[in-house]
Design a binder for this molecule. Structure first.
Ligand SMILES: Nc1ncnc2c1ncn2[C@@H]1O[C@H](COP(=O)(O)OP(=O)(O)OP(=O)(O)O)[C@@H](O)[C@H]1O
Length: 305
C-alpha cells in the first residue's frame, strides 16, 4: 500500500521516495493539522511546537513508550528517543547523547525537560526519588536566572545548556551536572523594546516585602533602568504580572531550599542581584578632552537614555 505525501500518515519521512523540501513540509503540515507534532526522519525526531497543552505526556504515555518493543507500534514521540537512549545506555554500558536544536521558541527547553522526565521515569523504580526530584527542579531554577522574555519567546533561554546525567551499571541515576555556556550577559544592562532582562530581577521585587527590599538596599523598581521597557517607559513587574512573579519568587525560593541552599546562601544571592541592579544604573560618558570614559554622578531617570 502506498501512502500519499500530504496525508499526514507518514511516521518516518525517510521512507519517502522523493525527499525534497516541499514533500517534507507538506507532510509535516498535514500531520500538525491532525494534532500530530512528532515525526521521525530516520533516527532524528522532528517536533513542531503546538503552543498548547497536549495530553501526550501523561504517565500512561511514559509507560507505553517504556515497554513497547518496536517504534512503529506507536505514533512518533519524544519519549521514544529518550527511551532508546536509556535502553542503549543500559545494554551497551556506553554514554549516550541527545542533541536538541531549533530556532528560538521552537520548544527545545520544554523538550529537554520531557526527555529528562522520561529517562527518570524509566530509571524510576530503582532510583532515589529525592535525587530525581532535585534533578527535575534544577531546570525551572536555572530558567529563573538565565531566561528572559524576548520578541520570539516569553521564556527564552539566554544560555546554552549541557545536562549530564550519571547512572550506575544497573541504570540507576546517581547524579546530574549542568554545564552552562554563552550566557547572554549583555542582557543585564541592555535589552530591546518589548523584551526584558532576566526573570529573577522581576521576581525579586514582586516577592520581597518593602522592608526586606530595604534590607538588601533596594528601592522601588522604577529606580532601576533595566526594569523599564526602553521605549515605553513601563516598569516591570507591573500590575499585570506581579501576582505571577510573586508566585514564581516563592516557588524558586522553595526550590533553592530543597536543593540545599542555606538561608545565608539565599541572602547572598539576593545581595548579589541587588549589587548588579545598582551597577546597571551607572552611566558612562565619553570625555572629549581626554578621550576617556567617566562615570556620570547621577543617572538621569528618563527612559531610553
Ligand atoms: N511540547 C510542547 N507542548 C506545549 N507547549 C510547548 C511545547 N514545547 C514548547 N511549548 C511552548 O512554547 C514555548 C517556547 O518553548 P521553549 O522555551 O522550549 O523554546 P526554546 O526552543 O527553548 O526557545 P529559546 O531558544 O528561546 O530558549 C514554551 O514556553 C511553551 O509555552
Amino acid at each position: 500500500m502506498v501512502i500519499k505525501v500530504g496525508s499526514g500518515e507518514i511516521d518516518d519521512l525517510s521512507t519517502l521516495t522523493v525527499l525534497d523540501k516541499e514533500s517534507l513540509l507538506r507532510e509535516l503540515r498535514a500531520r500538525y493539522k491532525k494534532g500530530i507534532i512528532y515525526t521521525y526522519i530516520g533516527d532524528v525526531l522532528i517536533a513542531i511546537n503546538p503552543f498548547k497543552q497536549l495530553n501526550i505526556y501523561e504517565k500512561q504515555q511514559h509507560d507505553l513508550y517504556k515497554y513497547v518493543q518496536y517504534r512503529n507500534q506507536l505514533v512518533p514521540h519524544l519519549f521514544w528517543i529518550a527511551d532508546q537512549a536509556y535502553r542503549k545506555l543500559c545494554l551497551s554500558k556506553t554514554s549516550q547523547c541527545i542533541a536538541v536544536s531549533g530556532e528560538s521558541g521552537a520548544g527545545k527547553t520544554e523538550s529537554t525537560k520531557l526527555i529528562v522526565s522520561h529517562i527518570i521515569h524509566c530509571s524510576g523504580d530503582a532510583g532515589d526519588r529525592e535525587l530525581q526530584n532535585r534533578i527535575i527542579e534544577t531546570s525551572p531554577l536555572l530558567e529563573a536566572f538565565g531566561n528572559a522574555q524576548t520578541c520570539m519567546n516569553q521564556n527564552s533561554s539566554r544560555f546554552g545548556k549541557y545536562l549530564q546525567l550519571n547512572f550506575t551499571d544497573t541504570g540507576r541515576i546517581i547524579g546530574a551536572k549542568v554545564y552552562e555556556y554563552l550566557l547572554e550577559k549583555s542582557r543585564v544592562v541592555q535589552h530591546g523594546p518589548g523584551e526584558r532582562t532576566f526573570h529573577f530581577f522581576y521576581y525579586l521585587f514582586a516577592g520581597l516585602e518593602k522592608e526586606t527590599l530595604e534590607y538588601f538596599y533596594l528601592d522601588d523598581p522604577e529606580t532601576y533602568r533595566i526594569l523599564k521597557d526602553p521605549c515605553g517607559g513601563k516598569v516591570f513587574p507591573d500590575r499585570s504580572d506581579v501576582a505571577y512573579c510573586r508566585q514564581m519568587f516563592n516557588t524558586q525560593k522553595e526550590i533553592m531550599q530543597r536543593l540545599g541552599f542555606t538561608r545565608e546562601d539565599i541572602n547572598m544571592v539576593f545581595t548579589i542581584l541587588s549589587a548588579i541592579l545598582h551597577l546597571t544604573n551607572i552611566r558612562f560618558s565619553h570625555d572629549e578632552e581626554t578621550d576617556g570614559v567617566y562615570i556620570e554622578d547621577e543617572y538621569p531617570l528618563e527612559v531610553g537614555m
